[in-house]
Design a protein around this ligand. Structure first.
Ligand code: PAN
Ligand code: ZN
Length: 192
């Protein structure tokens, strides 16, 4: 008898539409509005103003039906809208995987970046369609849209990885990505 219990999901093919940035069949979809990003932008007053003035959708995450449980490999597509709040480029909340499991991202559309922080060092990877970004174990990660179009990427991660958002609130991400005159510029996370 196998040491493993039967898989809760049967083998399946998932249609990945890289133009529409969708997965089919689809699992749960998350929508993150500005109000969901409390405590993350450098300029709290500008964040509050953006919440008051329409509370825009900053990003959405469409998942496949593969469940987030140990030994499974769920996938999701994140689409971040273009925009800035007081110069800070729109981004995901960012998180650490509590048990330090790794993850891969694949750029699908637009221009983005993957900001990582291990508590000491930060790293930045440019992600364009076709780029695989590797997140090693123990690196908190946040995605940033650095272009004028929506930025989409596919993520594949261990189902038991978990998502610790408080880690970023406490430790920061090392750096912040701001829109610069000719592209992106970085500032220290806790500067100002
Ligand atoms: C991604 C992220 C997704 C949204 O699927 O969860 O891009 O970012 P936040 O979770 O930081 O809001 C991933 O890294 N999963 O592990
Ligand atoms: Zn992750």
């Amino acid at each position: 008898m196998s040491q493993y219990s039967p898989l809760p999901i049967a083998p399946l093919s998932i249609r990945f539409d890289h133009v529409a940035a969708t997965l089919s069949p689809e699992g749960p979809t998350l929508t993150r509005r500005m109000s969901d990003l409390e405590g993350l932008f450098r300029d709290r007053a500008a964040w509050q103003e953006a919440v008051a003035e329409g509370d825009p959708v900053v990003y959405s995450v469409v998942s496949s039906p593969v469940p987030e449980i140990d030994r499974e490999l769920p996938q999701s597509i994140t689409t971040i809208q273009p925009g800035t709040t007081a110069g800070e480029l729109w981004m995901t909340k960012g998180h650490q995987h509590p048990n330090h499991q790794g993850e891969i991202y694949l750029g699908i559309a637009g221009n983005g970046g993957l900001l990582m922080f291990n508590g000491t060092e930060s790293a930045w990877l440019d992600i364009v369609p076709g780029t695989i970004g590797y997140i090693p174990p123990g690196w908190a990660h946040r995605s940033v849209n650095i272009g004028d179009e929506p930025y989409s990427f596919l993520a594949v991660y261990p189902g038991g990885a978990g998502h610790d958002y408080d880690w970023v609130l406490t430790n920061g991400m090392g750096r912040r990505a701001l829109a610069g005159a000719d592209g992106i510029s970085f500032v220290d996370y806790f500067e100002g």
